[in-house]
Design a protein. Structure first.
Length: 216
């Protein structure tokens, strides 16, 4: 049966996090389709991976027998994350927008799994693996909106996950999550509700489609 690598990065608990709610809906549908499958789960807020260090970085380009003890220890942590990605048949990532970009914990995970000559380069080891990113944000950064130029979540992840790791990437976007809590955005609540409903529908549909694709 298929293996799903599920990563959440929101700092907020489930009931207060749009991205966690939507990734949970995707995962529920996935598990219904794969009751005997495997889910590798990482909550980067509760259990963050270390930010990249000189030892962890340089170890990736040092012959294993020549690594220092510090390099060996640091690279072992990276290797576990890399192998989780390589073992996955599908990847699900919750990526809320913080200050126009992704959470630093998610960036730390990416820095660890990106390894030229293995996961990146001419033949990335996870190339072709389907990946779904749930991108949530307090406002709207869609094409044609005033803040279109501040969108550094989808643009960045497209470059890294697809352009570098070679994943078969898809997005689910939940916008205007601040509308119900910000009186200045009250007129946008209907648009928020429509976006939220569409995101949950997309999560269910994409999970079903992906499950069927992998079991065909």
């Amino acid at each position: 049966m298929a293996t799903l690598l599920h990563i959440d990065s929101s700092v907020f608990p489930f009931e207060a996090s749009s991205s966690r709610s939507i990734t949970a809906a995707f995962r529920r549908t996935w598990e219904e389709q794969h009751p005997e499958g495997t889910v590798i789960y990482r909550d980067l807020a509760a259990d963050p991976v270390p930010h990249i260090t000189a030892d962890a970085w340089s170890a990736g380009y040092t012959v294993p027998t020549e690594r220092s003890p510090e390099q060996a220890t640091a690279f072992a942590a990276r290797l576990k994350l890399i192998e989780e990605l390589e073992q996955a048949d599908a990847v699900l990532i919750g990526a809320p927008m913080y200050n126009f970009s992704i959470p630093s914990t998610l960036k730390a995970w990416l820095d660890s799994v990106l390894l030229l000559g293995r996961t990146a380069g001419e033949a990335p080891s996870a190339q072709g693996t389907p990946a779904v990113v749930v991108a949530s944000r307090g406002g709207s950064y869609a094409p044609g909106t005033p803040r279109e130029g501040y969108e550094f979540v989808q643009n960045y992840l497209e470059a890294v996950l697809n352009g570098t790791l070679g994943l078969d990437l898809d997005f689910i976007v939940q916008e205007l999550t601040m509308a119900p809590r910000n009186p200045a955005m009250s007129e946008l609540v209907p648009l928020y509700e429509a976006s939220r409903e569409r995101a949950f529908e997309d999560a269910t549909t994409k999970a079903e489609e992906l499950a069927q694709r992998l079991t065909a």
